[in-house]
Design a protein around this ligand. Structure first.
Ligand code: ME8
Length: 654
């Protein structure tokens, strides 16, 4: 029997406007669910919508309609988005589903009957956008500590859940089971900010509005939206209904995935409810970071929306999926810029993957009419690539088990990079000129096909279209499993030379187009002016004399990171400037330096350099520069400042 794997996203507020940050949790969970399915698990992937509460009531009123009509329309749009992004869930739950509402009432009744819910008076501060109650001391400058918005003083009769009763068990759970709440930073946050200072009982009903599940024994009250929402993880499986088969099969959840702002609800309130219900606890609650836009969390209310429909229509669904899965260090925040989005597509999908596919399929067609002869001659030189191919599946599996999608994708792309290098090393075009080298040539091309096959198959969960496209060019198809991920497992028929996987993007031109595409109501970001005075970008003379003393705090303002130079090229119409794309761990940056006199672009590629990462962006020679590379200068010229050994882009300099 297959082992089960139950994975959930939060259920989304049907706010009606989606940005690429909103898609993050769902795309990550989709990749994990697809991976586990292919890896032999019986997966249940749940997503849905959180449709009750004062906020939705307000949205509907603004739209001049009733809440149900409003949510019906918006939910349709959200489903279209998931379908567009190739998200394959097993169930989409709506909290307005009759079965869910009934089960929530049963849960409430049970907790009331056993004394875990009691009636009292509530006085506190309510944040409507977050649907959260706060005590005065919890407020930050009088505002909601989660979102910073205004809160309203609320006094009403309310039912309370005895959350305080579960405090000690919750502390023990989080302290003793390191797997339960991840990443580690969230554990400390929950323990230090909420659990150890002491939990208060939680108001779990409201009387000031009507759009919610009614308390079954008190018509004046509706059930607090978070109790209603969190219960979806079990009601979706039929808990509290006539048929609990799915619940028995899949509960407890293997992973509840969510953004870090709602970890508190999932790692404190939800387990306490489950403890009260006498149910097993989820195995893992994972709070990922945010996709930021500038320094803000991307959110509709802040007006900095990037439309996933526009991005995926223009650049391809897999480009957007790849960006979300690869670019943002999982668990930490990541910063979206149009540049880092386009640079990722160019460097990884076009250059590494697209080139490998088109070069390989072109050579098999050009040298052998599309079908490789079976006679092959291997050499010791092939072992390194073979070992890479053989080792990658376990590596990727390990990263997926740790929920580290960026590392998993990096490991897959690493095989493609190695294969590209293998082409340069084995020079098939020279082998093709020598009739005695046919068998060697056939073997070289076979290695490339094998690298592509394994890469294509492992990409399927992350980039389904791209994985399928690679397999289909090789005359293969997705068999729904990870079988045969070792070198030599397949013999090939006819290889197709298809269209390019993706067209290379002219980034500077496209950045202008992207600005035009931004919605008119989007906050217009001031284009940074051309700096006349060089930042370091044309390094200053070394002979500037001593500078005044500074305090350690002044130095601490400078964020220094190690950056790996991915590409380097001359800036058109400039004799001085070189344009680099640099992976600084947090993202890929565009950086311009005035060093063309000292270095060729080629010698800079792959160097690990020190970058000032928090320098205000500027435009140099018409190209965006998001940081400054440090150089050492003496009378003889410039030298790069590099770590003493390879440490990888993103290492901090301290
Ligand atoms: O919180 N970056 O729903 P939601 C990364 N209904 N993730 C982001 C993001 C960003 N910029 N913006 C949103 C709710 N998200 C509740 C959940 S569960 C019982 C109830 C993520 O629509 C966010 O962190 O506000 C969350 O994981 C998901 O989108 C849904 O958020």
């Amino acid at each position: 029997m297959k082992p089960k794997y139950y994975i959930t996203t939060p259920i989304y507020y049907p706010s009606g406007k989606w940005h690429i940050g909103t898609c993050y949790t769902t795309v990550v969970c989709d990749a994990l669910a697809r991976f586990k399915r292919m890896d032999g698990y019986d997966v249940f992937y749940l997503t849905g919508t959180d449709e009750h509460g004062q906020k939705i009531e307000k949205y509907a009123a603004q739209a001049g309609t009733d809440p149900k009509t409003f949510v019906d329309g918006v939910v349709g749009e959200l489903k279209k988005l998931w379908s567009k992004l190739n998200v394959k869930y097993d169930k989409f739950i709506r909290t307005t589903d009759e079965e869910h509402e009934k089960a929530v009432q049963k849960i409430f009744q049970k907790l009331y009957d056993q004394g875990d819910i009691y009636k009292s008076e509530y006085e506190g501060w309510y944040c409507t956008p977050c649907e959260s109650f706060w005590t005065k001391t919890q407020l930050k400058d009088g505002k909601c500590p989660d979102c910073g918005r205004e809160v309203q003083l609320t006094k009403e009769s309310s039912y309370f859940f005895r959350l305080s009763k579960y405090q000690d068990r919750l502390i023990k759970l989080i302290e003793e089971d390191p797997d339960f709440l991840q990443p580690k930073s969230r554990r400390n946050e929950m323990l230090n900010n909420f659990l150890r200072p002491g939990l208060q009982d939680l108001a779990v009903s409201r009387t000031s509005f009507k759009w919610g599940v009614p308390v079954p024994f008190d018509d004046d009250h509706v059930i607090y939206v978070w109790i209603d929402a969190l219960s979806n993880y079990i009601t979706a499986l039929g808990y509290g209904s006539d048929n609990e088969e799915l619940f028995k099969k899949y509960w407890p959840a293997d992973v509840h995935m969510m953004g870090k702002e709602i970890v508190r609800f999932h790692s404190i309130i939800w387990p306490a409810i489950l403890m009260a219900l006498g149910l097993p606890l989820p195995k893992k609650v994972y709070g990922h970071g945010w996709l930021m836009f500038g320094n803000d969390k991307m959110s509709k209310s802040k007006g900095n929306v990037v439309d996933p429909f526009i991005l995926s229509d223009r650049y391809g669904v897999d480009s957007l999926r790849y960006y979300l899965l690869r670019e943002i260090p999982f668990g930490a925040d990541g910063s979206y810029t149009n540049y880092s989005f386009l640079a990722r597509i160019n460097s990884d999908l076009c250059n590494t993957l697209g080139n490998l596919l088109s070069r390989t399929t072109a050579m098999v067609n050009q040298y052998f009419g599309g079908t490789l002869p079976t006679e092959r001659e291997g050499t010791e030189f092939d072992r390194e690539l073979e070992e890479k191919i053989n080792g990658v599946a376990d590596k990727v599996r390990g990263f997926v088990d740790e929920l580290q999608a960026p590392e998993a994708l990096a490991a897959i792309l690493d095989v493609a990079e190695r294969a590209n290098k293998y082409i340069d090393e084995t020079t098939p075009w020279l082998l093709a000129k020598d009739p005695d080298k046919k068998a060697r040539l056939s073997n070289v091309l076979y290695h490339l096909l094998e690298a592509l096959r394994v890469v294509g198959k492992l990409l399927l969960p992350f980039l389904p279209d791209t994985g399928n496209r690679i397999l289909s060019d090789l005359g293969l198809h997705d068999d729904g499993t990870f079988d045969g991920l070792t070198f030599g497992a397949v013999q090939y028929g006819k290889i197709t030379k298809g269209e390019a996987l993706l067209k290379r993007i002219d980034i500077n031109k496209e950045l202008v187009e992207m600005e035009k595409l931004a919605e008119p109501k989007e906050e217009k970001k001031e284009e940074p002016k051309v700096e006349q005075k060089p930042q370091n970008n044309a390094p200053k003379s070394h002979d500037e004399g001593p500078k005044p003393e500074i305090l350690i705090d002044d130095f601490a303002k400078v964020e220094l990171r190690v950056g790996k130079i991915l590409t380097a090229e001359k800036v058109e119409k400039s004799k001085k400037l070189l344009h680099f794309t640099v992976d600084t761990g947090d993202r890929v940056r565009s950086i311009v330096s005035g060093v063309a006199k000292y270095f060729t672009p080629e010698e800079m590629v792959n160097k690990e350099v020190v970058v000032v990462a928090n320098l205000k962006p500027a435009t140099l020679g018409g190209v965006l520069s998001e940081g400054m590379i440090l150089f050492a200068e003496n009378e003889e010229g410039l030298a790069t400042v590099e770590p003493g050994k390879p440490v990888g882009g993103g290492a901090t300099v301290c």
